[in-house]
Design a protein around this ligand. Structure first.
Ligand SMILES: [Zn+2]
Length: 414
């Protein structure tokens, strides 16, 4: 992804290039010509390999994801909170049913979420997770794809539609479910699709789920959640989707490398400790379940009535859906065996991603939308990343610096 790094000199080419100049024997014209040709070929193949990352097939289209966002973020859904979230929960269940996916919670697609007890000391139901299962050849290993479907409801007579947060993630999940459910062959591992409720209320839906899972969580090989995947960090025109969590499972980094990304999309891999617990991956991370969190980041319409469907970038959402489908399929079909590690291992992925993003932000047309403080933060972070990349290694102190700077830069400034 990081162009300057990928353009590092190729040692084979250097050797070839060195011959005509340093050899004490004067080379013939033919030998020189061959050497030059080989060198050119080496340069060309390096550049081609670097520029042409694998591109996953793109079966999910704009016309697939858009109707879900428009339906879920319609004012008639009343911002999907509390009782008004019921219709949206049924929408998810009906979609799962049509795909002939099995209920996840025994006979039911719903998992009731209890709140405080009422005056008669009876527990009240304040929400419900919605889940379905696509059985794999192995029922003892599970992969979960999730997105929270709740939002902030109606406040002071104003509907908070939550198109990006998180109708976009739900659309992604529903269309991936469709792709996988209509495949001719079943997956190797069992796949569960979960729409969490009450994410906006301290992640209550996913906390309850992890405390009362349908199977022991040790059997979950990978948990993926998509939250806000239809806009762009700080409204800047960035082609970026952030991917957090691969630092705790090296195999997931390999999967991401292998899968590449759809044309026009760039994947920025960061450690989840850069942003703390911001979505439903939190309770799974706490239980050491390998996870990936996909998000395009916060923007000025975040948690406002302005988070509306027409502002969603549906092309980007479709691209991210195809990326997540490819990643999920790799693990569900048993081509990777993610295992948790406590030690954060990201190598140069993080400075490479941050260097790329900060460089994009500093391009002229994006600069106009930034304040002086933002510009300073961005250029300082960019310089630090360049330093780390030039050194070819990241120290513990470097990483501490990046964690602090990114916290400030990525999720506070915007
Ligand atoms: Zn939210």
């Amino acid at each position: 992804m990081n162009q300057p790094l990928l353009r590092k000199r190729d040692p084979a080419c250097d050797r070839v290039r060195g011959n005509p100049v340093t050899s004490p024997v004067a080379p013939s014209f033919l030998a020189f010509f061959c050497a030059a040709w080989l060198c050119l070929l080496a340069v060309f193949s390096t550049a081609t390999a670097a520029d042409k990352k694998p591109t996953p097939p793109t079966p999910i289209a704009v016309t697939d994801v858009k109707p879900h966002v428009e339906w879920l973020a319609d004012p008639a859904r009343r911002g999907r909170s509390g009782d008004s979230a019921r219709k949206s929960a049924n929408y998810l269940r009906d979609h799962f049913r049509r795909l002939k996916l099995r209920p996840l919670f025994g006979e039911s697609y719903f998992q009731a979420l209890p709140g405080r007890k009422d005056e008669k000391q009876q527990p009240r139901t304040i929400g419900q997770n919605v889940g379905a299962v696509l059985p794999g050849r192995r029922s003892d290993e599970i992969v979960i794809l999730s997105a929270h479907y709740d939002h902030l409801g109606v406040r002071k007579n104003t509907v908070y539609p939550g198109a990006d947060d998180n109708a976009s993630g739900v659309a992604l999940m529903l269309e991936i479910a469709r792709q996988l459910a209509t495949r001719k062959t079943p997956p190797d591992r069992t796949i569960a699709f979960v729409g969490f409720d009450l994410e906006e209320r301290l992640l209550w839906g996913s906390r309850w789920f992890t405390a009362h899972p349908p199977w022991p969580l040790e059997r979950v090989k990978l948990f993926i959640t998509a939250d806000m995947v239809g806009r762009s960090l700080g409204n800047l025109p960035l082609p970026t989707v952030f991917c957090l969590g691969s630092e705790h499972a090296p195999q997931l980094r390999t999967v991401l490398d292998r899968v590449g990304s759809p044309d026009g999309l760039e994947v920025a891999r960061l450690g989840a400790d850069l942003i703390g617990t911001r979505s439903d991956y939190g309770p799974f991370r706490d239980r050491k379940v390998p996870f990936l969190f996909f998000s395009t980041g916060e923007h000025p319409d975040y948690h406002t009535p302005r988070d509306t469907p027409e502002k969603v970038d549906y092309t980007k959402l479709a691209r991210i859906s195809n990326l997540v489908l490819a990643v999920l399929t790799e693990v569900a079909d048993g081509r990777a065996d993610p295992a948790w590690t406590d030690q954060v291992q990201l190598g140069l992925d993080e400075p490479r991603a941050l260097y790329r993003i900060t460089s994009l932000m500093m391009e002229e047309e994006r600069q106009q939308e930034l304040t002086d403080l933002q510009k300073l933060l961005i250029s300082t972070t960019r310089n630090k990343c360049r330093q780390i990349l030039d050194a070819g290694k990241i120290t513990a102190d470097d990483r501490k610096w990046l964690v602090r700077a990114s916290g400030l830069l990525l999720f506070s400034v915007f």
